[in-house]
Each structure stands twice: as structure tokens, then as C-alpha cells.
Design a protein around this ligand. Structure first.
Ligand SMILES: [Zn+2]
Ligand SMILES: [Zn+2]
Length: 752
């Protein structure tokens, strides 16, 4: 054996199974003429190579830095072995049966598959379910682990000879691509109707005609059906809104290409990157002046959610139908995304005229992800298709198994075990029986996939959250399971810590709608000093009253009025010529004042989200809102039109941030855009000033930070003052991350 020969073993773990990692290693070994083998093991991939020292060095370089698109290396070790002198390189069968793998999210169609699908000579020409190792469905098809065809909903389709050949050839792009199929052997697309009839002839032309007529159709995506209509046809969009009972909440629009998209919106480089990424999320971007979309797509705001076609079926439709389409999740308001034709027609026959569907079963539902780019970084509004299930690798390992249930809105669950934290896709608001069922189903799916028996259940402190009830029932049923509850805003702070693997003490600004506080008050404008051991509330917004409780959330002007009651006497309020006051009758003012002064159905809150509602009405907008965060989005749009750096007067005494002066000053200003900007500047100033008082690193968390103007202004101030801060870039800023924070806490708590 020549002297410059060596044999090295590599242990690699992370996302390395089911992503084409072994053929990647195989090809590398051939490229550098190395001998040895690669195989999957219980902790990842194990490789032994033998050859020239220099070649192995090059091999190692490529192994670590040129991984397949879906792979992620978390841990890596190597060891020197005795040279054996074996010849050839092989992919070995795995030795241990019990393989611990991570469930991977679905991925949009890759460029190579798209090219094949559009090449007349390819055997998959026009095939709407084309995929390969680098792309296509995963989580949404998965029934059990390990990720093998027999454990997916593709098991009923028997591979044809050609597909089997590709599947078994390590040099093929489809080596072990579990959902591999072709027009010969795979699932087929068709048009189906409420009466159960199907058509499979010229279906794209038929759909295009229906869309041109202003009809809404359903289209089967990866994790469920989309409702689709012509996004440039105002009447079609209005009809969809009316039928779906969704008056103003923005609708997402899908385009065939970046070129088509750029006619309607203005994009930064970061936004382009997000749009074209393999995850293909919905990206919230600025509308352009040449916007061709129907006005009611995203009424009253300057932004719109857009995305690119991500399945072959979407691609084929947009290839035929050369216009942007509305593509919004098919569900009834407050219910989960629909994944089956039968349920689709049962629930939405008044909305859709037919469904463009196929016979590949969706095992697990999954919505589209929603993201925006602020200060060149992504901020998540919804973590789902493409990103979730999302696995985090922790530095520490734990012996206990944690199931965290999240909050009640934008629900998600997180599993914690060993060094893993695994977040489910977005489940939704748990306001209906259907969504609760979907929640339970998701818990069952994750527990089955990971053969997971929770030892600790974590929930929010809120006594009336469905998740709290669920936790209580669970621990009553299974003895020995522990139940921990974590305060909502502390969980927000913990979710930032989880994302960055932080373990020190920080100052956290937790600004959101409302969460249950330690003192029974609805918190949401909190400053916490926190670590993994616990937290101390060192500051908060001055309290306000929600006149009529829940009703105040739908009618921001009730919050506006209560702010006025807070800063001046009843007579003074009645004498104001402000549109907010004038929108109430004398009798209403009296009744609401009684509610306010006697504290009848007027819960206390320290929420910045609600303060946004109040300011919205003080800007003169007195109509109700139809979705959560509408007032914030509206103020953000206004603020974007009026750049200045003035602030309102405010005081902070004993940690209480007073809005009194600010509200009084606002009454003398009339320009809504000016007020909106000044208000956001003031919040940013407060955050910066409080941060400067503490010589500690800062966490920003909670749904209020979905306001891009606020975040950008704060970041600018932080950079000017050299303040170190963390804000989530991989997980949602809103309640979607509560479960992650809860799980991180419980795992660490067991370690301490
Ligand atoms: Zn592909
Ligand atoms: Zn085939």
C-alpha cells in the first residue's frame, strides 16, 4: 500500500436521511476514486473511505460544504482507521432496524423536474406529480417512520419498471425518491364535481375557461386544497370573499414567474430570494403603482402576499392560464385546511364549481407559510409548508420527553427529546371543534411518527385555553405524566432563546395582542428580565380597559374611547369634536362610561396590540375590524407614506409606560399618516430607552413585531446605540412559537 494512503471514518448527523445523502457520498467517492462504503445508521450517516490523503481531504471538503439541497449537517466526527486495501465503493444496507430520522417538510418542484415536465420528449412530459430526491412531498404523505415508500400514501402505487430502475440506481436523480412516479404507474389528475363525476380530458383548458368566467375552483396542492380564482377580476374576487365570508382579510396571489410578479409589486433582493427559495412561501411585499390585481385582494393596505407556483400542478395550470391567481387555503373560517374532495364539496360547494384534483392522498394537512423580509432578514408570520416540521438541534441533551401545546391562536405543537426540538406546522386558531380535532390529530401524528410518549406536557397559564384543558385531560388519563404551565409572554421570550440556543439572562420586550398575566390582567406590553430559571416583570404599559371584553377587539373604537376615559373626565370626552367620540350616540357614551368606571365587563389589559387598536380609532377610523391585526397593518401602511422622526411625549415611572400625554397630543393632530408614524416612532423610542437603561442583551418578541416599520425603526436605533438584540428569523414572532418556548423551558428545567 502506498504511504500516502489512509482510511477515514465519518459520522454525520442532522438532516441526512431521505435527502439523497448516500448517493451524494457515492458520487463523491467515485469522483475522487476512493474505496469504502456509506450506510444509514441510527444516528445519521456513517461513511468509511480509503484512498490518497489529498483526495480524501478534497472529498471531506465537498462532503461538508457541497451537500444536497435538502440536507443539513448538525454534528460531524471523524476517525482514522487502518487501511484495508478494499476495492470499490458501495452503498450498504443499514444494519440497525430502529432508525431515528427527522421528518422533513415538503419542498417545491426543483428546476430540473420543471425542465423535464416541460420537455416534449421526456417521459414525464406534462406529468403533474413529477418529483425527485431534491423536491416534492414528504411530511404531507408520511404515515410512519422511517421515510420509506411503504410508510407513505404512495404505497398503493406499484412502480413501473422504468421508475424502479431510477429508484434503485445510485446515479439517478430519483435514487430512493420515495414518491417517485410517472404517467405509467403513478397518481393521475382529473377534474371532479360535487355530484361525484370526473373528467380527465383537456382539463387545463376547462379550468382556464371557468376562471375566465369569474368562477372559483379548488386545486389540490401539497398540504391541502387551494381556492383559486382570477386575481385580476374584481367581481370574481368579491364573489369569493362573499361566499367564503371573508370581508377584508388579505388574499394571497400566485404567479407563474418572477417576471410576471414584478409587474405588480416592488421587490428587494431578500424578497426575491425568499420567493424563489425551495420553500416558496407567501411573501408579504409592497404593491407597485402598476398593480393589475383586483382592488379587493388586499384592501386598504399597501402590501400584498404573493408567491410563485410550487407544485407541478400549479405550474401546469399557470402555464395554460397566463394570469395571477388567488390561491388561498380551502377551509371554512376558523376551520383547518381541507385535504379531501368529499369534505371539500360538503363544506364549500357554495364556493367552488369544481376541483382540479388527483388521487395521491394527503395524509397530513399543511398550510402555506407566510413570511416577510425586514432589514434584510426574514420574519415569519406563519411557519408551515416548506419549513415545518422544523427541527432544532440543541447543544444539550435531555433524557425526558416533552410535548408543548402552545397557545390558543395560531396554534402549533413542539416535541422535545434528546437534543431535538421539533415544531409542527401551523395548526390554526382553536376556536372550532374541527380545529380542535385537527390539533389532536397533529399531536397523535407527531407522537406516532417519533414513537413518542410524553413525560411532561406544557401548556399556557390561561385557564380557558383549549390547550390548557387538553393538557389537564391528558395528565388525568395517563398517570405519571407531569403538567407544567408557562406564562404566555415568558414563553414568547423563551422561543427567541430556543431559536438562538440562548442560556443567559436577557431583557425581553413582549408586545402582542393579549395573553394571560400572573395577576389575571391581560398582558401584552411587557418588559421581562428573563433567563431559563424564570422571569421578573420589570415594566409594562399603563393599563387600559377593554370595554365589552371580546367585543372591544372587533371594535377598536371602544379601546379608543377607553383611552380617552383614562386621560380625561367624562364631560371633557363628550365635548370633543373628534370623529371617534362622534361615532357614538350620547346614550352609548353613557353606557360605556358606566362600564368603564364600574369595571363591568371591562377587563384590564396592558397590551400594545390593543393600544394599536386605540390609536387606529384616534386616527379617525371608526369602523370595526374583521381580522386580528387589521388595525396594525393599516397603521403600518399609513406610516409608510409619511416618513419623519418625531415622537410623542411619554413617561416611564416604576416601569409603567404611560400613554397619557401621547393620547392628549394625538387629539390635536389630524393627519392619520403623521399620527401613525409618530406613534410607531414613540414605541421604538420607548424600547430603545428602556434597553439603554439595562446593560443586557435584548429580545424582541410577540405579534406586534410583525409591524415592519416598528421593527425597522427599532433596529436602526439599536444599531446606532450598539445594542445587541435577538429577534426570531426562523420561527413566527406571534403565538405560533409559543410551543417552542414552552418546550425549551421544560427541557432545560429538567436539566437544571
Ligand atoms: Zn425535482
Ligand atoms: Zn413509473
Amino acid at each position: 500500500m502506498p504511504r500516502n494512503f489512509e482510511r477515514i471514518a465519518f459520522f454525520i448527523s442532522g438532516i441526512v436521511q431521505g435527502v439523497g445523502f448516500r448517493p451524494f457520498v457515492y458520487k463523491l467517492a467515485q469522483q475522487y476514486t476512493l474505496d469504502g462504503f456509506v450506510r444509514n445508521g441510527s444516528e445519521g450517516v456513517y461513511v468509511e473511505v480509503e484512498g490518497k490523503v489529498d483526495d480524501i481531504a478534497l472529498f471531506e471538503e465537498m462532503l461538508l460544504h457541497n451537500t444536497p439541497p435538502l440536507a443539513r449537517i448538525d454534528k460531524y466526527e471523524k476517525k482514522s482507521l487502518h487501511v484495508r486495501g478494499e476495492k470499490g465503493f458501495v452503498i450498504q444496507e443499514s444494519t440497525d432496524g430502529d432508525i431515528e430520522t427527522l421528518v422533513l417538510p415538503d419542498v417545491s418542484m426543483c428546476a430540473t423536474c420543471k425542465e423535464e415536465m416541460l420537455s416534449v420528449d421526456d417521459r414525464r412530459y406534462g406529468y403533474a406529480l413529477i418529483n425527485c430526491t431534491d423536491c416534492g412531498p414528504r411530511y404531507t404523505l408520511l404515515q410512519n417512520l422511517p421515510y420509506d415508500r411503504k410508510n407513505t400514501t404512495m404505497k398503493e402505487f406499484v412502480m413501473c419498471e422504468k421508475c424502479r430502475e431510477e429508484y434503485s440506481n445510485p446515479l439517478s436523480r430519483r435514487y430512493h425518491a420515495q414518491p417517485i412516479s410517472c404517467p405509467e404507474c403513478g397518481p393521475q389528475i382529473y377534474l371532479c364535481f360535487e355530484d361525484g363525476t370526473q373528467e380527465d380530458d383537456a382539463i387545463f383548458q376547462k379550468v382556464a375557461t371557468l376562471l375566465d368566467e369569474g368562477k372559483t375552483i379548488a386545486l389540490k396542492g401539497l398540504g391541502g386544497f387551494h381556492l383559486v380564482c382570477d386575481a385580476t377580476n374584481e367581481e370574481a374576487v368579491q364573489t369569493l370573499r362573499k361566499n367564503k365570508n371573508r370581508p377584508t382579510k388579505p388574499l394571497a396571489v400566485m404567479y407563474a414567474s418572477l417576471e410576471a410578479l414584478q409587474k405588480d409589486v416592488c421587490l428587494t433582493n431578500e424578497e426575491k430570494e425568499l420567493l424563489c427559495s425551495q420553500e416558496r412561501p407567501i411573501v408579504i411585499v409592497e404593491k407597485s403603482k402598476t398593480l393589475s390585481l383586483a382592488p379587493s385582494i388586499a384592501p386598504n393596505i399597501s402590501k400584498v402576499g404573493v408567491f410563485l407556483a410550487y407544485t407541478p400542478l400549479h405550474e401546469l395550470l399557470l402555464h395554460q392560464y397566463n394570469k395571477p391567481i388567488v390561491a388561498t387555503s380551502a377551509n371554512l373560517s376558523g376551520e383547518p385546511i381541507i385535504t379531501e374532495e368529499k369534505l371539500l364539496f360538503q363544506k364549500l360547494s357554495h364556493v367552488v364549481s369544481c376541483a382540479l384534483s388527483h388521487n395521491r392522498v394527503i395524509q397530513n394537512g399543511c398550510d402555506d407559510s407566510v413570511v416577510m423580509a425586514v432589514a434584510k432578514e426574514p420574519l415569519f408570520l406563519r411557519l408551515a409548508r416548506g419549513y415545518a416540521p422544523l427541527s432544532f438541534y440543541r447543544k444539550d441533551t435531555s433524557t425526558c420527553k416533552v410535548l408543548a401545546l402552545g397557545a390558543n391562536q395560531k396554534s402549533s405543537i413542539t416535541l422535545g427529546f434528546y437534543e431535538h426540538l421539533i415544531c409542527s406546522p401551523y395548526i390554526g386558531d382553536l376556536d372550532s371543534l374541527e380545529s380542535l380535532e385537527y390539533f389532536t390529530q397533529t399531536v397523535e401524528t407527531f407522537c406516532r411518527l417519533y414513537q413518542f410518549k410524553p413525560e411532561i406536557i406544557v401548556s399556557d397559564m390561561h385557564p380557558n385555553y383549549e390547550t390548557t384543558r387538553w393538557a389537564k385531560e391528558y395528565v388525568a388519563k395517563y398517570s405519571g405524566v407531569k403538567h407544567i404551565s408557562v406564562q404566555h409572554h415568558y414563553a414568547h421570550a423563551l422561543s427567541v432563546m430556543a431559536e438562538y440556543n440562548l442560556t443567559q439572562e436577557y431583557i425581553a420586550f413582549c408586545f402582542d395582542g393579549t395573553g394571560y398575566g400572573d395577576d389575571g390582567v391581560l398582558w401584552g406590553g411587557e418588559v421581562l428580565r428573563c433567563s431559563l430559571k424564570g422571569y421578573e416583570r420589570i415594566g409594562h404599559l399603563q393599563t387600559l380597559k377593554l370595554l365589552g371584553g371580546e367585543k372591544a377587539i372587533k371594535e377598536p373604537k371602544r379601546v379608543g374611547l377607553s383611552l380617552l376615559f383614562e386621560v380625561m373626565c367624562f364631560e371633557e370626552v363628550c365635548a370633543l369634536k373628534h370623529p371617534l367620540v362622534q361615532s357614538f350616540s350620547k346614550q352609548e357614551l353613557k353606557t360605556l362610561y358606566t362600564m368603564y368606571s364600574k369595571g363591568l365587563n371591562a377587563p384590564l389589559a396592558t397590551s400594545i396590540g390593543r393600544l394599536f387598536d386605540g390609536v387606529y380609532s384616534l386616527c379617525g377610523f371608526v369602523d370595526g375590524v374583521s381580522y386580528e391585526g387589521e388595525s396594525g397593518l393599516f397603521l403600518e401602511s399609513l406610516a409608510l407614506t409619511c416618513k419623519h422622526d418625531r415622537c410623542y411625549t411619554y413617561t416611564i415611572e416604576n416601569g409603567v409606560i404611560s400613554y397619557e400625554m401621547m393620547i392628549k397630543e394625538m387629539l390635536y393632530e389630524e393627519d392619520g399618516a403623521f399620527i401613525a408614524r409618530k406613534f410607531i416612532n414613540t414605541l421604538a423610542d420607548i424600547v430603545c430607552r428602556v434597553s439603554l437603561e439595562h446593560n443586557q442583551e435584548i429580545l424582541l418578541c410577540g405579534g406586534v413585531f410583525q409591524n415592519s416599520v416598528l421593527v425597522a425603526t427599532i433596529i436602526e436605533l439599536f444599531e446606532k446605540h450598539h445594542i445587541t438584540y435577538y429577534i426570531q428569523h426562523k420561527t413566527p414572532l406571534n403565538d405560533g412559537s409559543i410551543s417552542l418556548g414552552q418546550a425549551y423551558y421544560a427541557l432545560k428545567k429538567e436539566d437544571i
